[in-house]
Structures are given as structure tokens and as C-alpha cells.
Design a protein around this ligand. Structure first.
Ligand code: SF4
Length: 458
């Protein structure tokens, strides 16, 4: 019902976004903080912001997301939040005893102009931050960028503020995984392990936001990048950042400040992007690709080949984060599909350029918009219908209104499970993605087939 009144006619809009394909910066920063072992994310702003960020992450991961807040009221809003943050750090370390507190700002504290760096230095000087404990902080004004920007800002701050280079190589490779699911982070480590690489992956939310039910509450679950590993990132032989929007800043900062050579690759979604990830691991770590990895690649290739009749020429509309969409669109083109409408809510001109390059063989009739919104995507679909929609949960309204097969992918997914546990990166992830795409396409074919064309074997 929500979108039934979306008109087909498209009018130029400049100052209005309707159903933007993004959410706010601190959500990304909070998620990144959760990827450090025994870290309590802290929202420097009002309680409402923190409650919203926690609840969005809780609904997506179906895990209780722990975070603290500076709890601004009228006084802090007028006079600044220093007293609130100092009191908060005291309470956090005495009551909840984390090893790290990851502070991010909000629209309100940014507008006031709180100098969080100075406040943290004061807390250290005053002894509010106990010996052996850490506070990292980053700025996440949500009137610019998106949750991806907030994630990137926090990861860069973790890299700069936690690294303690010794000048002696640790022989390891830093992997900055981007804003991906915990299952994706685990899969990246698995692939690196298969290749004999011992990576420092940060942040690492695997085991934290997709942990087991044990019957016992743990404030700081097993998992997350350890402080020792974070300190050691400055001694690594190289860094691989996955996703330019979420990981490039951290990789570049480590290159500039600690002389750790870095490269930025696309997220390893699909055949070709995974090839590039495997090759990057091979060259940075100086290892060779084992048969076990080649075997997984061959399996993905086999399914792509087997299922061509169901994929070829099918039109797809997508909305999501730029780091996800670029390799995803490339994967769809690789398997013979035709992505025709693509929007991301996260700004960045490079997005349109990359998508146009990837879809160049289709000519100029591909719609791309950044920052775009789902209202526009819906209008495009009304003008040129598609066979498949790939989007986060909010796409379900469009899928229902236009009767389109729908694959949930991205953030947030609020009405299905699986995203936390089954990766979409790597060759295995590509298989999982393909299985989901084929599942909805073939269900639709079965639904719409006449009695005579309804086949047992496809
Ligand atoms: S006020 Fe800003 S930081 Fe807080 S929830 Fe809204 S957009 Fe996010």
C-alpha cells in the first residue's frame, strides 16, 4: 500500500529524497566498534539517536546490541557535552569494564562543535581511562554521507589510534573487510587461511553479532579483533581494503602514517571480484593459490554454466551500498543478466562511472543515480519493468506492488534470517547468492507456468 501512489511520470527533484537508500552515519560507526573484542560503542549525543542505532542493528542481527550514550539533555545541547562524556567514561569503565570504548558523535554534538579529541585527552590525563584501556573516537555528522561513511570514519580512527608499530615486520596481512555481514568476515578469513595467510582482519564482527545461544549472557562475546592484533597492524607487510567507500580511508591512512603498503579492491562478491581478492592475497603475502580454492571457483563456474537458460537476459533493478552494488552488478553481468536500474543513497561520483563501465556492453540505456532514492527506483521500474529486484528489506513494498521476484541483500534486512550466517563473498558466497536468485526466479516460473509447461525437472 505504501507505494501504490508512486507516479510513473518522473519529475526532477533536487531538495527532496523519498525513501533514501541509506541510513545514518553513527549506525556504521557503532557496527565497526562492535568488531573490536570487548569494545563498548559509545554514542556522544542524545539518548534517542543511540536507541535508534541500537534498535536498527538489533533488528538486523537479532542480537542484543550493547552501546552507551552521553545522554544529552537541554543543558548539554546548549553548553556542550564534555561533562556528559567524562561522566559516561567513568561510569562505563567502573560498571561495564570494557577494554575499548569506541566513541562516535551525532548530528547534535557535531552541531554544537564538541572537541571529542580534547575531551578524551582530558579523560586520560585525569585518570578516568584506566591503565591498559583504550578510547578511540571518530566524527560522524549524519547530515552528510551515510552509514557507510560512518563505518569508514570509525575504521580509519581504529587504524590510526590503535596501531603501535614496532618497526619489526609481523609477516601478516591487514584485511579491512568493509561494511559486510559477520558471515562475510568469517569467509574472508577462511579463504585467507586456505591460502596459508594469517590475516589481521579489522573490524571483525563474526561471533559477536551472530553468536550462539548459550543460555548465558555475555556482555563481550568471544570474537572481534583483539587489541594485540590492532596494535600490530602497523607492522604488517601490507593491507587489502575491500570496498572503496568503507575501507579506502583506513588503508590509505596506514600507508601514509605507518608505511604499510595498501591496495583497495572491490568486495569479493561474484566470480571476478573474488578472483581479484584471491590474487591480491597471493601477491601481498607471496603465496600460491591452492587446489582447494580453485575447486570452489570451478563449482561456482559450473553452476553459472548449468543455469544459463534461467539467467540470460533477465532484467534486474538494485538498490544498496556502493561497495556492495559494484561487484554485485559485475556478477550479474558475468552470469548473463542485465542490470537496468541501480541506485545508491551513499554519495560518490565514482559509483556512476564504475557502473557505466561494468554495464558498457548494454549501451546508454542503464539508469544509475547516486545519491538516489527508492522512490526514483520504483518510478524507473514502472517505466521499464524488471524480472528481479535486489535490495534491502525496504524493497519488499516495491516487489509487492509491482509483483517482482525479490532477493533481499544489503542493510538492513529486518524480515528474514540467513544474512548473518551465510556469506555472499568468495566463491561459496557467489554460489549462495546464485542459489537465492535462481530460487526466486524459478519459483516465479513455476507459479506462472500453464499446466502443460509446469515441469518437474528444470
Ligand atoms: S539526529 Fe543525526 S545521528 Fe541522530 S539519529 Fe538522526 S540522523 Fe542519526
Amino acid at each position: 500500500m505504501l507505494l501504490r501512489h508512486t507516479p510513473k511520470e518522473i519529475k526532477e527533484r533536487k531538495a527532496l529524497a523519498v525513501n533514501p537508500a541509506k541510513t545514518c552515519q553513527p549506525i556504521g560507526a557503532m557496527y565497526a566498534g562492535l568488531g573490536i573484542h570487548a569494545c563498548l560503542p559509545h554514542s556522544h549525543g542524545s539518548q534517542g539517536c543511540c536507541a535508534y542505532h541500537r534498535s536498527t542493528l538489533t533488528r538486523h542481527y537479532r542480537e542484543p546490541i550493547m552501546a552507551a550514550t552521553s545522554s544529552f539533555t537541554e543543558g548539554a545541547s546548549v553548553f556542550g557535552g564534555q561533562a556528559n562524556l567524562l561522566q559516561a567514561l567513568l561510569t562505563i569503565f567502573t560498571t561495564y569494564n570494557p577494554d575499548v570504548v569506541a566513541v562516535h558523535t551525532t548530528c547534535l554534538s557535531e552541531t554544537i562543535g564538541d572537541d571529542v579529541n580534547q575531551i578524551v585527552r582530558k579523560a586520560k590525563k585525569d585518570g578516568t581511562i584506566p591503565e591498559g584501556k583504550y578510547v578511540v573516537h571518530t566524527a560522524t555528522p549524519s547530515y552528510v554521507g551515510s552509514h557507510v561513511t560512518g563505518f569508514s570514519n570509525m575504521v580509519k580512527s581504529i587504524a590510526i589510534q590503535m596501531a603501535e608499530p614496532t618497526g619489526t615486520s609481523n609477516g601478516r596481512v591487514n584485511i579491512v573487510p568493509g561494511f559486510v555481514e559477520p558471515a562475510d568476515m568469517a569467509e574472508m578469513k577462511r579463504i585467507a587461511g586456505m591460502m596459508g595467510v594469517n590475516p589481521i582482519l579489522f573490524p571483525d564482527t563474526s561471533g559477536i553479532v551472530n553468536g550462539p545461544l548459550t543460555g548465558k549472557f555475555e556482555m563481550y562475546p568471544k570474537g572481534g579483533t583483539s587489541i594485540e592484533d590492532l596494535k600490530s597492524t602497523g607492522d604488517s607487510i601490507g593491507s587489502i581494503g575491500l570496498g572503496a567507500w568503507a575501507s579506502a580511508d583506513a588503508v590509505k591512512a596506514m600507508d601514509t602514517q605507518f608505511k604499510v603498503p595498501g591496495q583497495v579492491q572491490d568486495l569479493p562478491i561474484g566470480l571476478l571480484a573474488t578472483d581479484r581478492f584471491v590474487d591480491a592475497l597471493r601477491t601481498v603475502a607471496g603465496v600460491s593459490v591452492p587446489d582447494s580454492v580453485t575447486q570452489e571457483r570451478g563449482q561456482l563456474l559450473d553452476v553459472i554454466s548449468d543455469m544459463q537458460p534461467h539467467l540470460y537476459g533477465k532484467k534486474v533493478a538494485l538498490a544498496g551500498d556502493p561497495d556492495q552494488l559494484i561487484p554485485l552488478v559485475e556478477f550479474l553481468v558475468t552470469i548473463g543478466m542485465k542490470p537496468v536500474h541501480i541506485v545508491t543513497g551513499t554519495p560518490g561520483k565514482a559509483f556512476t562511472k564504475r557502473i557505466k563501465e561494468i554495464t558498457a556492453k548494454f549501451g546508454d540505456d542503464i539508469n544509475v543515480k547516486t545519491p538516489g532514492d527508492m522512490f526514483l527506483l520504483h518510478q524507473w521500474i514502472k517505466n521499464e519493468p524488471v524480472d528481479l529486484l535486489i535490495c534491502n528489506t525496504y524493497g519488499k513494498y516495491m516487489a509487492r506492488d509491482e509483483d517482482i521476484p525479490f532477493v533481499r541483500h544489503g542493510f538492513p534486512i529486518l524480515d528474514r534470517i540467513g544474512h548473518s550466517y551465510f556469506p555472499t563473498v568468495g566463491y561459496k558466497g557467489g554460489l549462495h547468492l546464485l542459489e537465492k536468485i535462481l530460487g526466486v526466479l524459478m519459483d516465479r516460473k513455476d507459479r506462472d507456468s500453464s499446466e502443460e509447461a509446469f515441469e518437474l525437472v528444470e
